[in-house]
Design a protein around this ligand. Structure first.
Ligand code: DGP
Ligand code: NA
Ligand code: NA
Length: 216
């Protein structure tokens, strides 16, 4: 009989600052896995297409104002609305690549500097979401980020915000239960970064066990 473990897809998350190259790398990873005949899907958060996602989109573009707690919970709800379908896909043997996930969720909110919005508080709505098998953190220095051109017009795309986000991402790496996080130097060429990403992903796909929940 086929081994269930071998049949499960992996949940692979790609995280990083704005301009770290996440979307290009997710796309390349997706193509590589397809070329190797793996069943694969590529999704991203925020998913701006759902009713909740449309509220998030409007907020990010500065077209609406929302209380910091409210927008935080909307970002989380936007992940929860596809949690079941992520489970279903993975159990069908599909490897799901996710552009941003709970780590962005906790870090961008905590970076606002409001003492009521601690990293601990911000993590709690994520508890119970499908736990990634691997989280690739695309690390880019503020200097390299600056070379890649100006920020867009969306909320959060400022130097001070990105510096706080970067420091908070780095602090997450120190938490003992976050051992699935792998830091990738994203300051190199697109091809070099892609090569560096593929190896741990293929390794992770070989070793998937039953999928667990994100923990407190
Ligand atoms: P992107 O479409 O990947 O460029 O993301 C849009 C912006 O939203 C980006 O600045 C990061 C931020 N963001 C993504 N996910 C979350 C989240 O869960 N919570 C908060 N507060 N911000 C997020
Ligand atoms: Na962005
Ligand atoms: Na992106």
């Amino acid at each position: 009989m086929a081994d269930d473990k071998a049949n499960r897809g992996a949940l692979v998350v790609v995280e990083g600052l704005d301009r770290a190259g996440k979307s290009s790398q997710c796309e390349l990873l997706y193509r590589s896995l397809l070329d190797m005949n793996y069943k694969t899907k590529y999704i991203r958060f925020p998913d701006r297409s759902t009713p909740i996602g449309k509220q998030i989109d409007s907020y990010l573009r500065g077209q609406s104002q929302l209380d910091d707690h409210s927008i935080h919970l909307l970002f989380s709800a936007n992940r929860w609305e596809v949690a079941q379908s992520i489970h279903d896909d993975i159990n069908k043997g599909i490897t799901v690549i996710v552009d941003r996930y709970s780590f962005s969720g906790a870090v961008y909110t905590a970076a606002k500097g409001n003492p009521n919005l601690s990293l601990h508080w911000a993590w709690q709505p994520e508890v119970g979401l499908p736990r990634p098998d691997l989280c690739l953190f695309l690390s880019i220095s503020p200097e390299e980020a600056a070379k890649r051109g100006g920020y867009g017009v969306e909320r959060y795309e400022t130097d001070s915000m990105q510096t706080r986000v970067r420091n908070l991402f780095l602090s997450l790496l120190d938490l003992p239960h976050n051992d699935e996080i792998c830091v990738i130097d994203a300051g190199r060429s697109v091809a070099e970064v892609a090569q560096d990403i593929l190896e741990p992903v293929l390794e992770c796909m070989k070793n998937v066990d039953s999928i667990g929940p994100l923990k407190k």
